[in-house]
Design a protein around this ligand. Sequence first.
Ligand code: PGA
Length: 265
Amino acid sequence: MAKVKRVPLIAGNWKMNLDHLQSIAFVQKLAWTLKDANHDFGVEGAEVAVFPPFTDLRSVQTLVAADKLEVCFGGQDLSEHDSGAYTGEISGAFLASLDCRYVLVGHSERRTMHGETDEQLARKVAAAVKHGLVPVLCVGETADDLEAHGPSAVPVAQLKAGLAEVSGTPELVIAYEPVWAIGSGKAATPEQAEQVAARLRETLAEVLGDDVAAATRILYGGSVKSGNIASLMREPNIDGALVGGASLDVAEFASISRFSKHVGT
Ligand code: PGA
């Protein structure tokens, strides 16, 4: 497989937290904190992205453009449709026109609380790609799945299903988030996360070829904090993190983003 140096990605999933005014204060402070620390937003450091609620995106876009901040942003979900009679849905076209670079697809909270199916998520992945967004496809097993099928069977099956409607060489990000680790304070060990990430990369190679597999960033998510990020990032197939709770604290999220500066953790 061709060796590609992937730019690490630290992504903050705010979930339903921080309104548009709070989002401006947060993003401003985050960007300043990283700038003060001379953060490298490239391969030696990490790209930093936030996923605020939809109602914040216009404010974040305006701030980022006005102050030329190096923080990326994206939506937490998108519709599989482009436009029309879909009350409450948000089109990928709208996200793209707000300069979103990314969009989360299939977070476990959407799969469980909103009944999103693998088939629907495949259409959302395709819609994201169609509108020039990079889908961050989330996959992960529950504690029951882990016991019944082992660690990688469910995430691999979800990944295969989620890629069913795309072809060619799309830019993708995959987030491996074991459901049992989300919000539990109990992250997967680096070895556990690496084992699944390696299987996910093999799956990408099988479905979309070696180049896509080599270029795609695979994130780990589930109780990531500044104290465990560095050891996770040492694993060869883990290219970043999707951070929930800890992404709501500027100092903590900035510290996670600066994992390459952590020593001995
Ligand atoms: P957590 O959430 O970091 O609070 O565990 C991760 C996520 O849900 O993406």
